[in-house]
Design a protein around this ligand. Structure first.
Ligand SMILES: NC(=O)C1=CN([C@@H]2O[C@H](COP(=O)(O)OP(=O)(O)OC[C@H]3O[C@@H](n4cnc5c(N)ncnc54)[C@H](OP(=O)(O)O)[C@@H]3O)[C@@H](O)[C@H]2O)C=CC1
Ligand SMILES: O=C(O)C1=N[C@H](C(=O)O)C[C@H](O)C1
Length: 262
């Protein structure tokens, strides 16, 4: 697999590029990041591993690429993914912040070409299991609230993972209001974001990495499902699995669970 990594100077991009270099059967063929001038030392070091480009357009024009791993910023996520698909490169996208409409559009585009692709808001296996278990629990315990904690450099809120978890819970249990039907916030935002009655609370603190707690309340009992990513290495088995399997898909899927065996 000839792999491009976009956002290679970032936290996830640099970890992914190292994984590609170390992984048997993967070849790191191109690296892309904006603002290369700001990071001269890192660019010089990475240039020994693969050619470095300031845009995906330049990379795709000059290098033969099978798969693009993208960890950039929400503002670039849609345009980048569309560009990979338009150029018949299998997208493996970890960047968060897609709207439902954007995912639909990219799904249709890739299906028309039968080009396999993946957008996964979280590549950690434990996180995918947390999402699946939460959807299952919500059928029996419909009162649920999500708290996600991230490092304070994160640009989007709520996290892509919290949004995906809420969607899976909603699909499983339907609409349901938690809390008192007449409750009022005396301070705006006190009850968090509201996705079909599922409250999402986003914490941004130094010292943390990525953590999510899904709390269910029942009659005289509570259930808590929690996942912690202490280190960005937690995402790499999932990213490697995606690079290995993405070409076998017939279109774009949303969520790593689509690549896991039942
Ligand atoms: N799916 C998953 O499992 C995970 C997803 N994420 C998501 O991945 C994304 C990146 O996170 P993280 O690595 O922490 O962020 P960073 O800010 O550390 O890295 C982003 C990198 O992308 C670069 N960049 C920005 N825009 C472009 C562009 N248009 N083309 C190429 N490069 C660009 C940035 O450069 P510069 O600094 O110069 O702007 C930076 O080097 C976020 O959306 C985050 O939510 C994070 C962890 C796990
Ligand atoms: O920005 C991060 O760090 C993370 N972002 C993803 C998200 O928005 O869910 C995945 C993980 O939570 C880490």
């Amino acid at each position: 697999m000839r792999v491009l990594v976009t956002g290679f100077l970032g936290r996830m991009g640099s970890t992914s590029a190292k994984m590609v270099v170390d992984h048997e059967g993967f070849e790191l063929v191109a690296l892309v990041n904006t603002d290369l001038d700001q990071h001269v030392d890192a660019v010089t070091a990475w240039s020994k591993e693969a050619p470095v480009f300031a845009s995906i357009e330049e990379a795709i024009e000059q290098v033969d690429i099978d798969v693009a791993i993208d960890f950039t910023v929400p503002a670039a996520a849609f345009a980048n993914t569309k560009y990979y698909i338009d150029h018949n490169i299998h997208p493996v996208i970890g960047t968060t912040g897609f709207t439902d409409e954007e995912i639909d559009q990219l799904t249709q585009l890739s299906a028309a070409k039968k080009l396999g692709g993946l957008i996964a808001p979280n590549f950690a296996i434990g996180s995918v299991l947390m999402q699946i278990f939460s959807a299952k629990a919500a059928k029996y315990l419909p009162d649920v609230e999500i708290t996600e904690i991230h490092h304070n450099q994160k640009l989007d809120a709520p996290s892509g993972t919290a949004e995906k978890t809420a969607k899976l819970i909603y699909e499983a249990r339907g609409e349901h209001v938690s809390g008192h039907p007449d409750e009022k916030e005396t301070m705006p935002g006190a009850r968090g974001a509201d996705f079909h009655g599922i409250r999402i609370h986003s914490l941004r603190l130094p010292g943390y990495n990525s953590h999510q707690i899904v709390q269910f309340g029942g009659v005289g009992e509570a259930l808590t499902i929690r996942q912690d990513s202490f280190d960005r290495s937690s995402y790499m088995p999932g990213v490697a699995l995606a690079v290995e399997k993405v070409a076998n898909l017939q279109g774009l899927v949303y969520g790593l669970e689509h690549l896991l065996d039942d």
